[in-house]
Design a protein around this ligand. Structure first.
Ligand code: ADP
Ligand code: TRP
Length: 333
């Protein structure tokens, strides 16, 4: 039987952080065993924030090394760099004709970015969901493993896929679904600065590439308060975030111990942070060591990128051909 297809990407705008790892990459690792997977580095998307050419190139190499260090296997999955597959941007041009200003302006990620970089509200930011839809639809993906923050962008991809199918009376695009294992919700890994999600542009990220010292320092600086004064109090957001992270990286018995201490107003945040830092390091340190080794091996990185580009282009070209035929780009010669 044919395997279902999976597509997902990460922008090379910095190091991979715990949000990327637990929100996306961990699912990639399990999915590559049973699905036809395309995991890519979204360097075209990165241009919306105007990185310098050197930073962009370094970011692409870093994320490629990090994918491999996490265990994404180029023999099982297709790992590629988005700009190596020009068919994606060709599909983007076509899909843009059926994407409307109103719906693009209403996207939360657009509104957020426009607020964060008011000096650079470019057309690429506005049509970001169309490019993301092209990434997904070009491989006829059935599933897209992403974190909670991408839910709306994925909904747009579904909408653009359905709209194209309807307009051209075809079933060229399967309608992609968000994916997690065992029906779990899409996750949001919080930052340690007392609010919101962990993110590269939030400046609150704990990276897979951070040293042990960096991680201890970042965790010890996490925002807390003076502790509860009533037993079984509700947790303020900053404290809840600390517990949420602990639920992701620590053993159940450890979490239980700090929950009990909190409920009995005996919690010592210093101890909790020390424990949390060590449990994060247990996850990240072996990955960091592999990243360092892989970054040294330019030949291997080049080979993986070349192989991925070939496989991804083959799949992309097939879809694009069908799409062009459907819209009426038919040869006169
Ligand atoms: P960032 O948000 O740090 O710039 P990306 O936007 O490139 O990173 O995100 C790549 C993937 O990582 C997406 O699937 C996204 O949903 C996931 N992701 C990013 N941050 C988080 C987070 N804090 N919690 C869960 N998933 C996240
Ligand atoms: N927009 C995603 C993010 O910022 C990254 C991304 C680009 C993506 N294209 C994609 C994720 C296609 C899944 C599928 O997190």
């Amino acid at each position: 039987m044919n395997k279902a297809t999976v597509v997902s990407g990460i922008r090379p705008t910095g190091y991979l952080h715990l949000g990327n790892y637990f929100g996306a990459v961990q699912n990639f690792l399990r999915m590559q065993e049973d699905f036809n997977c395309y995991f890519f580095i979204a360097d075209v998307h990165s241009l919306t924030t105007h990185p310098t050419p050197d930073n962009l190139q370094a970011g692409v190499k870093q994320v490629l090394a990090e994918y491999l260090a996490c265990g994404i296997d180029p023999e099982k999955s297709t790992i590629f760099i988005q700009s190596d597959v020009p068919e994606i941007t060709e599909l983007y041009t076509i899909l843009n004709m059926n994407a409307y200003l109103g719906e693009l302006e209403r996207t939360t990620s657009f509104k957020d970015k426009a607020r964060k970089q008011p000096e650079n509200v470019n057309a690429g930011l506005l049509t970001y969901p169309v490019l993301m839809a092209s990434d997904i639809l070009i491989h006829k993906a059935h599933f897209v493993p992403v974190g909670k923050d991408q839910e709306q962008n994925l909904e747009m991809a579904r909408k653009f896929g359905k709209r194209f199918n309807r307009m051209y009376k075809s079933e060229v695009f399967p309608i992609p679904k968000p994916f997690t294992f065992d029906g779990a919700d899409l996750i949001k890994v919080p930052g340690l600065d007392g609010s919101g999600k962990m993110g590269k542009s939030e400046g609150n990220a704990i990276n897979l590439f951070d040293t042990e010292k960096d991680i201890r320092k970042k965790v010890m600086r996490a925002v807390t308060d003076s502790g509860p004064t009533e037993p079984n109090s509700e947790k303020p957001e900053a404290i809840q975030n600390l517990f949420t992270l602990m639920k992701i990286v620590s053993e159940p018995a450890v979490i239980e111990q700090f929950e009990t201490a909190y409920n009995q107003c005996e919690i010592r945040y210093g101890d909790m942070k020390k424990q949390l830092a060590e449990d994060i390091i247990k996850v990240t340190l072996p990955i960091r060591e592999r990243i360092v080794d892989i970054l040294d091996d330019n030949e291997h990185l080049a080979k993986v990128a070349r192989m991925g580009a070939e496989k991804a282009r083959e799949s992309a070209l097939k879809t694009l051909k069908e799409v062009k035929e459907l819209v009426g780009f038919r040869k006169l010669y």
